[in-house]
Design a protein around this ligand. Sequence first.
Ligand code: NAG
Length: 178
Amino acid sequence: MSNSLVSSIVFFCLLIVSVRSDVLSDSCREVTKDDPTINFDFCVSTLEGNPKAKSATSVADLVKVATETAISNSNSIGSIITKLLSNKGLEPYVRSCLQDCSELYSDAGPILGQGEQAFEGKDYGTANSAISAALDAATTCEDQFKEKEGVVSPLTKENNSFFQLNAISLAFLTMVQK
Ligand SMILES: *[C@@H]1O[C@H](CO)[C@@H](O)[C@H](O)[C@H]1NC(C)=O
């Protein structure tokens, strides 16, 4: 193979890669414009962690990437809660909050799965309700810890990332419908 052919191939591959990754950063930038509570770096870095983000060519692809990332996020949060619950010395109030949170996050996964299916079927209303319900699960979990004085939520970081991730899915979903 001639050198120039090799370099043109390399050039085109780089071009494709850069065009594709632009979909992610362009969409994340647009989303942060509409919703200032969404962090641009969080949007890009979290979604980049999903291998499917690399082949995304449209915002619609990114809705799926974001939803799937949220599903796997809800599973890891579930494991974190299980680990926390294994602490025998847990205050009963905190234990009961964590048990509720465990249920909330484990329900969120299948709900998001239904949302993704609805999205694939272009039923955007159902997709929106499902993602909103998942986002609410994080809030409901986090709020419980605030109801009792002196109790600190051990899941604040998890709420923040799961909440943001679903807010990003919702914002992408809105962009798709524009
Ligand atoms: C959960 O995280 C989001 C995003 O960071 C934040 O806006 C929200 O206030 C948090 N929820 C609670 C109940 O603290």
